[in-house]
Ligand binder design. Structure first.
Ligand code: RUG
Length: 831
């Protein structure tokens, strides 16, 4: 709500009391929940009891809107977006829900009057880590924006009992601990034991004649598992709309249990139950070889089967016949993980609802849309035909049939081009036969999009070139975005207040383009001072947090240079390390030089089976140990690894960063969203022309962005010409000495072999061209240091970065999906 248009305070008070949003109502609600739900009185309540009571009090206020939304959507037969994603990373809900309800201040005062520590209550919430990184977080940002934009939608996924592992650092190595996030209960979810669907696996198919004498196929499964719905309300910001995040939990099917019990096989029945529940037990970390992960294929089918069955149920409950299914629903596939949904919808329409192939295909390919998130060949999913057939025999038949129809069309279109037919086939025939999930997703969808302009271009010209030649109109771009509610208002309340005061309104929270109003003040010295104070305060907070967790003390006056994202060779944390080692060597050579102090901060998890990424973490910590303890360095540079980077902990990082490292090899990062989160919080970016960096630079202005390195085109040209990293090593004396220093054993207590796998890979293979970009990166970092000396200029750049981030709101991304891809309309729910 705009500050200028605020209603009279008395009206506000009356309204808040009526809707349970007044301070008195919140206090009463809190005490009631503490008493009736937690069964505690104030004096004996644990911090967790207090959090639970606060969460229930907040949820109570969301429920009225939720029910109203559900009723309205049903009556209106609203077109609904179903966002299918194997991952959702919503982050802790309490603070976000208070922001979206508009009651942060009231709740803070209420807590204060009850003698409670509000921040401690907020901090008590566990992270629901149901995703690996950017992809899952994007899904959560999109859910926030869908509700805020009042678009009816359901997020469908898996209620993993164990989310992404918790990371601790022991002796510099990453150690994984299981994430039992549900241990203390989850006040946000509502179980729906009656929304339950059978999911079939294995067995065989057989032909039979129906009562009209038509030949039909029946799937006789070997195993049936139930999926049970657990719903979490997703409230929009400042609106009455509440959408649904519906996650499926696997349970043993009652019919199977009974069968086992009836034949007296008690242990068999218990075993079946345990096996069934395994399906939603644990989230798979990505960046690991897919091979043999039968359980993952089972998970994918599990959640898409439940979700499609649920949509069919909703269709019958609201609109009626299935013919209008593609008008009632649009299904967005978040990457290929849910693309089995295409075959499952075909199966259900044909085998369970009597449709013939053509009618079923007409509905199916009009309902699906697919987002691609990666070009990395190793991340493109394929499943061996034999595993597929064993688990999903009916679906394999359907995939073959889709392929047969599709390849016939391709043959007619590209006469005699059998090479192309082979490349486009849903089945890879070279070596072990495999189902190509990306090809299935493209063929089964009416729209395919990449997640940043460059990425979408590369999707058309490389990965899906053949498909783009065939169906040019099917391909789109929707550049990713992030929600300013989570990543500015919740994460950085100080900056948010300053922006609202400067702009004279908080309208920017729902219309991020309004941040442009800051530009008029970019030279204002009063604002500069306050901007600086806000940043320093966030740096102090982060320094205290890191000191407490790692023992490393950072100087808030230093440049906070942050790289926080999954650890992966393509993201090139090791390039950052080479710069740190360069700074170290320079300081050792001339200890009195006038270097700008820097704190290098890393955060991120490595896939448990990805040795090279884990070795990079070890090297970061090893370099940190030497540099931080070297008395000659005297704290001029410090290196710290933030353990367990996730949504919750990331909220400490974004507000405190001066410099955001976005240094992937051009052409490898589909979009990146951390780049947006940092920039929105006033960090400047050092980055390559990769993913959304390209568009961030266009928006903020090239003079406010530190660019270095090869472009995607230069990268492919170098690769075509033949890339020889050892030539860089031999020619560049500083680069050589940085790598040699790692090999010398300095960072490994004299062990000259520990980091050899990493340095050998750099010098001999260097698949992500770290050495080719090294020189440009070092030069660019020198510019950064020079620029930081001019505080006024830096602050101006920081203000302009924030002012020009409007494009990167997930609200803009969702508007584009709604308009160009989904063709959905807002359905406002009155408050
Ligand atoms: O690596 C990509 C990021 O570049 C992107 O920003 C994010 C959201 O679109 O998705 C990430 N991603 C890609 N996560 N998993 C994959 C491949 O399955």
């Amino acid at each position: 709500m705009s500050m200028a248009q605020s209603p009279e305070p008395l009206d506000v008070d009356r309204e808040r009391t009526r809707t349970g949003m007044s301070k008195t109502a919140l206090k009463q609600g809190f005490l009631d929940n503490l008493f009736y739900i937690q069964g505690r009185f104030r004096e004996v309540a644990t911090p967790h009891d207090l959090y639970m009571a606060a969460a229930y009090t907040t949820r109570d206020r969301i429920l009225e809107r939720w029910i109203k939304s559900a009723q309205r959507y049903k009556t209106n037969q609203s077109r609904t977006v179903c966002y299918l994603s194997a991952e959702f990373l919503p982050g802790p809900h309490l603070a976000n829900n208070l922001v979206n309800l508009g009651i942060v201040e009231t709740a803070t005062e209420a807590a204060h009057e009850l003698g409670l520590d509000f921040d401690a209550i907020i901090a008590e919430e566990a992270e629901p880590g149901l995703g690996n990184g950017g992809l899952g977080r994007l899904a959560a940002c999109f859910m926030d924006s869908l509700s805020t934009l009042q678009i009816p939608s359901i997020g469908y996924g898996i209620r993993y009992e164990f989310g992404i592992f918790d990371q601790t650092i022991e002796d510099g190595w990453q150690v994984e601990k299981s994430d039992n996030w549900l241990r203390n209960g989850n006040p946000w979810e509502i179980p729906r034991p009656k929304i339950r669907f059978p999911v079939l696996y294995g067995g065989y198919t057989e032909q039979y004649r129906d009562h009209d004498g038509r030949s039909r196929t029946r799937w006789v499964p070997a195993q049936i598992i139930d999926g049970v719905a657990y719903d979490t309300p997703i409230l929009g910001y400042g609106v009455g709309n509440v959408n649904l995040l519906r996650l499926w939990k696997a349970e043993a099917s009652e019919s199977f249990d009974f069968q086992a019990f009836n034949v007296g096989d008690y242990y068999g029945a218990v075993h079946a139950k345990i096996e069934a529940e395994t399906i939603s037990k644990v989230l798979y970390p990505n960046d690991e070889p897919e091979a043999g992960k039968e359980l993952r294929l089972k998970q994918q089918f599990f959640f898409v089967s439940c979700s499609i069955q649920d949509m069919i149920r909703l269709q019958f409950n609201t609109v009626g016949p299935l013919d209008s299914f593609a008008e009632k629903f649009v299904i967005q596939l978040n990457d290929t993980h849910p693309s089995l949904a295409i075959a499952e919808l075909m199966r259900l329409l044909m085998d369970e609802h009597d449709m013939d192939w053509d009618r079923a295909w007409d509905i199916t390919h009009r309902v699906f849309c697919y987002t691609n998130h990666t070009l990395l060949p190793e991340a493109l999913e394929t499943w061996s035909v034999s595993l597929f057939e064993r688990l999903l025999p009916r679906h394999l038949e359907i995939v073959y049939e889709i392929n047969r129809h599709f390849l016939d069309e391709v043959r007619v279109h590209f006469l005699g081009d059998e090479d192309r037919v082979r490349r486009m086939s849903l089945i890879a025939e070279d070596g072990e036969r495999r189902v190509r999930m990306a090809n299935l997703a493209v063929v089964g969808s009416r729209a395919v999009n990449g997640v940043a302009a460059l990425h979408s271009e590369l999707v058309k010209t490389t990965l899906f070139k053949d498909f783009h030649d065939f169906w040019p109109d099917r391909f789109h771009n929707v550049t990713n975005g992030v929600t300013p509610r989570r990543f500015m208002v919740v994460a950085n309340p100080r900056l948010s207040r300053l922006i609202s005061e400067t702009c004279g309104s908080d309208d920017w929270i729902r219309d991020l383009d309004r941040l442009r109003d800051l530009e008029a003040h970019a030279m204002d010295s009063g604002l500069h001072e306050r901007w600086h104070e806000v940043k320093i305060a966030a740096k102090r907070d982060l320094a205290a947090w890191l000191k407490h967790r790692t023992g490393v003390l950072l100087d808030p006056e230093a440049i906070f240079d942050v790289q926080a994202k999954r650890i992966h060779e393509y993201k090139r944390q090791h390039l950052n390390l080479l710069h740190i080692i360069r700074c170290y060597q320079r300081l050792k050579q001339s200890p009195n030089q006038d270097m700008v102090p820097r704190a290098f901060i890393f955060g991120g998890k490595a896939a448990p089976g990805y040795f090279m990424a884990k070795l990079i973490i070890k090297l970061i910590n090893a370099v940190a140990e030497v540099i931080n303890n070297d008395p000659q360095i005297n704290g001029f540079i410090r290196v710290v690894f933030m353990p367990d980077f996730n949504v919750k902990n990331g909220q400490h990082l974004y507000p405190a960063a001066n410099l955001s490292e976005q240094i992937s090899l051009a052409g490898k990062e589909a979009s990146g969203t951390g780049n947006m989160k940092f920039s929105m919080n006033g960090a400047l970016t050092i980055g390559t022309l990769d993913g959304a960096n390209v568009e961030i630079r266009e928006e903020v202005g090239k003079e406010n962005f530190f660019l270095f390195g090869m472009s995607a085109e230069e990268v492919s040209q170098r690769q075509r010409e033949g890339y020889h990293p050892w030539e860089h090593y031999a020619k560049d004396a500083e680069l050589k000495s940085d790598i040699d220093l790692i090999n010398s054993g300095l960072f490994s207590h004299g062990d000259t072999q520990l980091f050899r796998p990493l340095t050998d890979r750099l010098v001999n293979q260097d698949p992500f061209m770290v050495l080719a970009d090294y020189r440009a990166y070092i030069a660019c970092q020198d510019h950064v240091a020079e620029a930081y000396r001019d505080h006024r200029h830096w602050t101006r750049m920081s203000i302009l970065n924030v002012a020009r981030m409007g494009k990167f709101s997930s609200d803009r991304a969702i508007r584009e999906y709604a308009e160009h891809i989904w063709r959905t309309e807002p359905h406002p729910i009155d408050l």
